[in-house]
Design a protein around this ligand. Sequence first.
Ligand SMILES: *Cc1c(COP(=O)(O)O)cnc(C)c1O
Length: 363
Amino acid sequence: MKRIYNFSAGPAIMPVPVLEQLSRDVLEINGSGMSILEVSHRGKDYDAIHHEAMANLLQTLDLSPDEYSVVFSTGGASLQFAMLAMNFLSVGQTADYVDTGEWSSKAIKEAKRCGNVHVVASSAETQYDRIPKGLTFSAPGTARYAHITTNNTIEGTQFHSLPDANGAPLTADMSSDIFAMNHDFSKFDLLYAGTQKNAGPAGVTMVVARKSFLETANKNLSPMLSYLVQAEKESLYNTPPVFAIHALNLVLKHIQAEGGVAEMEKRNREKAGLIYSALDAHPELYRPTVAENGDRSLMNITFRLTTEDLEAEFLKEAKTREMDGLKGHRNVGGVRASIYNAFPREGCVALADFLADFARRKG
Ligand SMILES: *Cc1c(COP(=O)(O)O)cnc(C)c1O
């Protein structure tokens, strides 16, 4: 099997042992004589996987199943932008949103369909090159909830600590850094993340919510859009994405076996440091797009070269070195190296070496 260095932002690289297990399970799961792709979502083989995945998700985040519920949804984080607001925000109420990038601005758009949005702060005017500081959330007791995007996949910024939302329930889109940075996850009342960046293939969206917060959700929604119904039915109201949940469960077990989220963060800091150091060593050629070092993402490293021609040349040469997926998001251009948990340290060393070598020749 040949493996290139896959810097894709998502769907993205997965741990090899998980891929190997999945390939076996595609042929036969648990000696059942059936593929994981063929088993009933109400049969015993899948039922065990389903509940194990929920338990492992909470365990990985160090959250208690007495306090938190898991919902497996589909429709990506993009549907969660709408579902969060439909479940918790209604006309006359206000939710606080921090606008840190393209994904947060999409979340804001959806919330505005349901109620008032107070944009606590925005870095839109500086092309989302930073996490805004000195956030002024609504006065205590006035916001229905507060929302942040912990990692801005497109712009390359990340919250390195969680804000205090003045007592409002804190919610977050963690699609691109769940399991990558350790937090006190009990600070969240609800968090959600698609699996396709740091937790498996595309197909399922994890929603983790505090039970006491869920109880305050809108009770008059279509069952498929209701967190309460989905939680009560343990995400088996309809057919769940069986394969994606199985893959997520394997990724969760892999993370735990490797030392958990704290160990992931430690490795991620070292890996990202290798690449940022190589960029910072050659300011004559490379322009990291994030204004403040303390906001730099450990997951998505974004930078420009001095000219677009050099960027094209850089990307082309990278491919000859078995590095792919480095092209920046179509809306921002430049270069983006996504180095999720499963991305190997050797790949970061290889990119750092290439950055130095390219600068020696072109800088
Ligand atoms: C990828 C991404 C999304 C969109 O996810 P979909 O699964 O395509 O809906 C939303 N938010 C963030 C932070 C992302 O990285």
